[in-house]
Design a protein. Structure first.
Length: 104
């Protein structure tokens, strides 16, 4: 489950990158921009699959920790939650640094 979840998350992340290749079509008199609608719809579907993959990883990771460390379950689940929190805290900082260093 954990590997399938990671593969699904990787595929969804690559799908988000490929969404940038969707070109907006010419707008009609009514303002119908079909390229934007395709982009929006595809982004929602891809995000759904990314969420499914993430939930697969999170659920199986905490199950594995509970099975491997039954006597100190709370301590190791706390370590896992600390690692997730630090990742969420440092991810934007590192991402912004890389984004700026590459010259975007």
């Amino acid at each position: 489950m954990i590997l399938a979840g990671y593969i699904l998350c990787i595929a969804a992340t690559c799908g988000f990158g490929l969404c940038a290749l969707i070109e907006p079509k010419q707008t009609t008199k009514l303002g119908d921009d079909s390229g934007s609608k395709i982009f929006f719809g595809l982004s929602i579907v891809i995000r759904f699959f990314q969420g499914v993959g993430d939930s697969m990883v999170a659920t199986s990771a905490y199950s594995i920790v509970s099975i491997e460390f039954p006597h100190q379950r709370e301590v190791y689940i706390g370590y896992c939650q600390t690692a997730v929190g630090l990742g969420l805290l440092m991810g934007p900082v590192i991402g912004t640094s890389i984004y700026g260093a590459v010259g975007y």
